[in-house]
Write a protein that binds this ligand. Structure first.
Ligand code: FAD
Length: 394
């Protein structure tokens, strides 16, 4: 690693809040430039399980950033071979699209190759590239105040820390965001009920076989179930549909009670093949998540000592771009802070934020348009999806 920080960051302490893919990538990129960085993460320790299943990195975003961070070889050693293949079925388990039996096409030089990696494995991989003790675990950020040009940060466990520059990479319920803007998230109209299955091979063998270590979507008019493998042999599923904004409160369902959620899902998917119910039955704990987004025309005045990246800056409905975009933010921010083109911190942060918001605006609009087709497909949108995949192969 280079030893001396570029002049804007010389003698500056940087605090990154959140050890997600965005925050960790930024820490790695800044350390390569010699900056003094700590990452404060609310998870109790590195072994705490990361929510969610696999994510795919893209040629011109996530993979490009891995290359810039000198982590591409580590990624190649850790990604889940063949998990990028896609299978689409209908509610009766008729196969509409199938990439599972296609030959091996792994090629990191191909811009269409989107290798998948388990989220926890990705986290560990980036942490291994950091200086020892960069991540401070069990540090749930609560608030901060400015004392003599320095931020004094307060954490839930009573700890405090100081930093000259604070970067909020603390995800969709960011606590840092309110120091940058008061623009609030909006509801997309779609909600997902998410579940994880530890031993699908035993608990729901038919579904395990159908997923076959790849990406499975099951779609019918108005509802979808997506199932993905996890690196530990488990499965994650997302049951998605459109719901009123206050549905979680008005549904009468106790989402902490697995039996109640199971009963709801079996009723909601009553005319689907009962094999899907084995997924719900095998899940011991559900998470219900309204899919929100920040407005795509958001703007704020840059500050010299606090900024945002990833979901904290531009939460959008899932579209396969979130992790990739958070990583691109990290690359852009690290470049603006260290490339020597800016005479002061505020100009560097402003240049980064302009680029970050412009990119997020385009992707966010696409994600908002796409979420209805994912959560509440129509006959036409399912046919369009099949056509799109087939055209891509021609
Ligand atoms: C159902 C679903 C499926 C998705 N699938 C994909 C996909 O396939 N591909 C893709 O690219 N994206 C996907 N996304 C989006 C993706 O998960 C996010 O965009 C991405 O994780 C954002 O990265 P981040 O680093 O900004 O934030 P996060 O990944 O949310 O990380 C934030 C980190 O901050 C920590 N934190 C939070 N609050 C505090 C606090 N107060 N103090 C300290 N630490 C804190 C959290 O514990 C976490 O470690 C999906 C999203 C959802 C909801």
């Amino acid at each position: 690693m280079e030893r001396k920080a570029s002049s804007l960051l010389e003698n500056k302490k940087i605090a990154i809040l959140g050890a997600g893919p965005g925050g960790l990538t930024l820490a790695r990129l800044l350390q390569l430039k010699g900056a003094e960085v700590k990452v404060y993460e609310r998870d109790f320790n590195q072994d705490s399980r990361v929510q969610g299943a696999i994510v795919d990195l893209h040629f011109d975003s996530g993979l490009k950033v891995m290359q810039a961070a000198n982590l591409l070889e580590a990624f190649k050693a850790n990604y889940m071979k063949d998990a990028d293949r896609y299978r689409l079925v209908d509610k009766d388990l008729n196969i509409l699209l199938d990439e599972i039996n296609e030959g091996n096409q792994d090629n990191f030089d191909d811009e269409h190759f989107r290798p998948e990696i388990d989220r926890g494995v990705l986290r560990n991989m980036i942490i291994e590239g950091l200086l020892p003790n960069t991540v401070v675990w069990d540090s749930q950020f609560l608030s901060m105040e400015q004392v003599n040009n320095t931020w004094e940060l307060k954490f839930k466990n009573g700890m405090t820390a100081n930093a000259d520059i604070v970067i909020g990479a603390d995800g969709y319920r960011s606590k840092v965001r309110s120091y940058v803007t008061d623009i609030k998230a909006l509801y997309s109209g779609a909600t997902i009920i998410q579940g994880e299955i530890e031993n699908p091979k035993i608990d729901c063998p038919d579904m395990y076989e159908l997923v076959n270590n790849a990406n499975l979507s099951a779609m019918d008019i108005g509802k979808t179930i997506a199932v993905q493998p996890m690196g530990n042999g488990g499965l994650t599923f997302y049951a998605a549909s459109l719901y009123a904004k206050d549905w979680i409160e008005t549904s009468g369902i106790d989402f902490n009670n697995a039996d109640e959620v199971y009963a709801y899902l079996v009723g909601f998917y009553a005319d689907w093949n009962p094999k899907f119910f084995t997924l719900f039955k095998s899940c011991k704990k559900f998470l219900v998540r309204p899919l929100n987004y920040f407005p795509t025309d958001q703007h704020w005045e840059a500050k010299e000592n606090v900024t945002l990246l990833g979901d904290a800056a531009h939460l959008m409905p899932p579209s396969g771009e979130g992790v990739n975009t958070a990583m691109l933010d990290a690359l852009d921010l690290s470049e603006c802070l260290t490339n020597g083109e800016f005479s002061d911190l505020k100009s560097a942060v402003a240049a980064y934020e302009t680029k970050m918001r412009a990119r997020a605006s385009v992707l966010g609009k696409e994600a908002i348009e796409g979420i209805k087709d994912f959560a509440s497909p129509s006959r036409d949108s399912i046919e369009d999806l099949v056509r799109m995949f087939l055209n891509r192969k021609e």
